[in-house]
Design a protein around this ligand. Structure first.
Ligand code: GLN
Length: 496
């Protein structure tokens, strides 16, 4: 008999295999994580807890085992980012404007995960409409990172964003895995900040149907978990063609878990010079060098490459993403979903204005204003068309790099987790966090963050691997090679 504390120490592969072998029951696993979610409430990672869902899935796994009907994720409880619509469970994207919205439908991805036997522990807090890098834009209070600096100061740290509820829940052992979404880095940066692993697959791998839209040409869902194998297991269940998403790729889903290998013999790994930023902490550069050494040790050949338009990626992203967001968010009109501010005697225009001013947070309003401006008749060519042209150049940079290498290795973020409040007054400082993650988002490429080590303050740092379109296997394998050599076992000491 395993104690519940041991069970929350297990990852997805170990839970799946243990339920299958009968080492413990699905019900015991669900109970252990439900208790961990309750205990973890001070972190504010969950907006809604759904213990009944997780427990029912655990019991169903136990029934399925006796009948020989186990499915790929039987007995695995997960946290679900609140950007995924879940039938019958309030879904707000952490925004006041969606307060009280209970979707009558299930997102494609959560439907697939539950169909594969997974249970849901609850809906995870996030930056409002996935706009942010620290979780501070949530209308329901920020998530606290389970990590603290080793200086004894106990400054509350950002868990990263926008998938900060997901990263905190996995890092704090409240869930063995979670869904995330990544528009410009929202899976990879929070994974790096909390010492976990996350992969954004190729654009089109995971259906966006039922995922609340931020910037449709960039949004991609992906898994966040404790290690590369667990990410491969989850991604296999999340990916796949969905005719309801016009950008969904009609391609078979490879057996990524089976294909895992940390042997990089014959692979060329590119090191892009332009990712060496002025003012980047020496510890990030040192981590990058260690990563290069690990890749070489795994058999890869290291080559220097150039991605000359990298410096334009951030401004390009912060035109295209707000432009698409301003259009996507036009639907929140006080009529169709959630909040409605209707003052006595107000007309329709006044109702729209009051609802949107009240329901959207400051960062969301900022993005809508920027997006509306860059799409306006007088400025469309100067900003939006120009940004689309630069996006094409960024795509071309990667294509040219693939002539010289198979994968790219970079740091995930230019710093370790920062303190809450440290950057929230300066949007440009906040946007700088995405400098290494945004280019591959603009190009729609698969990219992953794996923990590489701790900085001098005892905080996790991540390494990013970027691959060719559809080469999730190559990305996962390089991630595994690094994971095997980094030996990252640190975890936050529970203070909650
Ligand atoms: N931090 C970036 C932003 O604020 C990325 C967010 C995301 O990937 N959803 O837009």
């Amino acid at each position: 008999m395993t104690t519940s504390d041991d069970l929350t120490g297990l990852g997805i592969a170990a839970i799946r295999d243990g339920v299958r072998s009968g080492a413990f029951s699905g019900r015991e696993v669900a109970d252990a994580f439900v208790a961990a979610v309750e205990k973890g409430r001070p972190l504010n990672a969950f907006l809604v807890e759904t213990p009944d869902h997780a427990i029912a899935a655990g019991e169903e796994a136990d029934r399925a085992r006796t009948q020989g009907e186990l499915r790929p994720l039987s007995g695995v409880p997960l946290g679900i980012k609140d950007l995924f619509c879940t039938r019958g469970v309030e879904t707000t994207a952490a925004s006041g404007i969606l307060k009280g919205f209970v979707p009558p439908y299930e997102s494609h991805i959560t439907g697939r995960l539950f169909g594969a036997g997974a249970g849901m522990l609850g809906k995870l807090n996030m930056d409002q409409f996935a706009m942010g890098s620290s979780n501070e834009t949530s209308a329901f209070g920020n998530v606290l990172s389970p990590w603290r600096r080793n200086d004894g100061g106990n400054a509350p740290l950002a868990p990263g964003g926008s998938s900060g509820g997901s990263s905190a829940a996995v890092a704090a052992r409240m869930a063995p895995g979670a869904t995330g979404t990544d528009t410009g880095g929202s899976i990879r940066q929070p994974a790096a900040f909390t010492g976990i692993t996350g992969i954004k697959p190729t654009y089109g791998r995971c259906s966006r149907w039922g995922v609340i839209a931020f910037a449709s040409s960039l949004d991609q869902a992906g898994p966040m978990a404790r290690d590369v194998t667990d990410c491969a297991i989850l991604l296999e269940q999340m990916a796949g063609f969905d005719p309801r998403d016009a950008t969904s790729l009609d391609l078979p889903v490879p057996a990524w878990e089976m294909g895992l290998s940390g042997d990089l013999t014959g692979k060329r790994i590119g090191i892009p010079d332009e990712y060496r930023m002025d003012g980047m902490p020496a510890e990030i550069e040192a981590l990058w060098q260690r990563g290069i050494g690990w890749a070489r040790d795994a058999g890869a050949e290291i080559v220097e490459v150039s991605l000359p338009h990298t410096r334009y990626a951030l401004p390009t992203y912060y035109i295209i993403a707000p432009a698409e967001a301003s259009s996507n968010l036009a639907r929140y009109d006080g009529v169709r979903y959630g909040l409605r501010d209707l003052a006595e005697g107000a007309n329709l225009q006044q109702m729209y204005a009051a609802t949107r001013a009240d329901g959207f947070g400051a960062e969301v309003r900022r993005r809508i204003m920027i997006g509306t401006y860059v799409l306006s008749a007088g400025y469309y060519d100067a900003y939006f068309t120009k940004a689309q042209k630069v996006r094409a150049l960024i795509v071309r940079d990667f294509e040219e790099a693939w002539a010289r290498c198979d994968l790219l290795l970079t740091p995930t973020a230019p710093s370790a987790a920062f303190a809450l409040g440290e950057k929230s007054a300066d949007p440009l400082a906040m946007y700088l966090n995405d400098v290494f993650t945004v280019p591959s988002s603009l190009a729609g490429l698969p990219a992953m963050s794996v923990p590489g080590g701790l900085d001098a303050q005892g905080l996790p740092l991540g390494l990013q691997i970027i691959g060719r379109a559809l080469d999730e296997q190559g990305v996962l394998n390089a991630g595994l090679a690094i994971e095997q050599r980094a030996g990252f076992v640190a975890r936050p000491e529970a203070w909650w």
